[in-house]
Design a protein around this ligand. Structure first.
Ligand SMILES: [Zn+2]
Length: 81
């Protein structure tokens, strides 16, 4: 059974495989985009669309949700589209 994940931008819930996963690893504090199953941390999810990526970066929203100061590379997310 799939667990629904909620997009941090539009609030829509979708299956895990329909979302971009961004995780701040507990151990290192590094932010990992589409982490493998060995990485555990605080995660945020986004739809695969430009609007949701743009909104996530407005007002540093994604950093606030992940509680990080890391410079998350928006380009990497856009390359997934
Ligand atoms: Zn969305």
């Amino acid at each position: 059974m799939d667990i629904k994940r909620k997009c941090i931008s539009c609030g829509e819930s979708k299956n895990r495989n329909e979302m971009i996963k961004i995780t701040k690893e507990y151990a290192s504090g590094n932010v990992v985009i589409e982490p493998n199953s060995k990485i555990f941390g605080r995660s945020a999810y986004l739809c695969y669309n430009q609007n949701c990526i743009d909104n996530a970066f407005k007002k540093n929203r994604i950093n606030k949700i992940l509680k990080t100061n890391s410079n998350i590379d928006k380009k990497i997310l856009e390359d997934l589209l």
